[in-house]
Design a protein around this ligand. Sequence first.
Ligand code: SF4
Length: 446
Amino acid sequence: MTELPRLPSAGGCRDTPILKQRGQREVFCGLTGIIWLHRKMQDAFFLVIGSRTCAHLLQSAAGVMIFAEPRFGTAILEETDLAGLADAQDELDKVVNELLARRPDIKQLFLVGSCPSEVIKLDLAKAAERMSQTHAPHVRVLNFSGSGIETTFTQGEDACLASMVPVLPKDDQRQLLLVGALPDVVEEQAIGLLEAMGIGPIKVLPAPRATDDLGVGSGTVYALTQPFLGDTHDALTRRGARHLPAPFPFGEEGTTQWLAAIATEFGVAPDLFEQVTAAPRARARKAISQASENLRGKSVFFFPDSQLEIPLARFLTRECSMDAIEVSAPFIHKGIVGPDLDMLASGPTISEGQDVDLQLDRARDARPDLIVCGLGLANPLEAEGLATKWAIELVFTPVHFYEQAGDLAGLFSRPIRRAETLKLNSVSFDEKYRGDVGAGPHAGPQ
Ligand code: SF4
């Protein structure tokens, strides 16, 4: 190998006109992010200031935690708070004081806003500032919004990480920061590959503990591991850190390009890059080829939901030979997904935002082999005979980097296989029974 892998220079979708729509949307709210964030940050507690609906959402999505000491909870706004009859700030102080007295293990407390707290304009930034003064230096209190008003579910993680950046200590040493909450095993794989190339020191945001040695400054270069971290990206840039734009590490090609962007920054020799990546690349290619057999030549339509849509469309079209009809994302930040757009062959409609009825009409007209969409749309579309993949599953499942590339392809091939099996079964049922029933008044299965 004489040079590191390079991005294709032309022919992608970066300059494709974007269809922008602002109408009714079908998405989960940002509270969803707490479900994976609380597992990553071992001394954090997420206190949602919300309604019983918010509590139900969290409890049903992460219900197993009721058997352990949970790291999230809901301070429920009662009618007196909502009507302004009680001072919600006083009430909140009481709840937080009780919580911190009972749980000395909490070192970072996030006050998480919701639709109700936003509607009554409860100032959680003011509350976090006041509580930080009261409980410093043992507990750091921050706030972010997980509200479902004008947001989509992955923005919860973005808002959480962005809230942490301004309070990170200044550190101008040369370092690589990996940004985004990944399952531990996946994060370890990424760090292992980078360290094998001699890259370091490597830090991660979010760090597992508040006391971990994590600072940011002019020597920091950062690579995003998730495409939905726009606010965090802006916050890090404001702290003097520099972004390394790259395709996201989905599939063999995306992972190689993501690693190559970092390797180039750190002056890794092409031969060393080849030596470190050759075996996992070959494994990934083989796994994708096996898992994507029934994806080849099939069409896919993305509704806007997780913000992973553009990198995933790049993976499915280039590595699994699918045809993308429409690739839709809640927000398109070209500074973040530009390299993936460069690699996505022109052809599909690229759309931002949603007017759900109009988009459903487009999907019904296109009759794609697979629709990637939120939970709320999946069942009705399945009832219309369309195969769907729940977008939220792509955030809950380990899908990044080489070793998970086959599983990623498998997540898309399973619903298509199921739809094909159902179709086959219904054809044989029709042949066996309905054809006979239609043959005459006395015909039927014997
Ligand atoms: S934050 Fe809003 S959308 Fe989310 S559960 Fe609470 S009320 Fe529902």
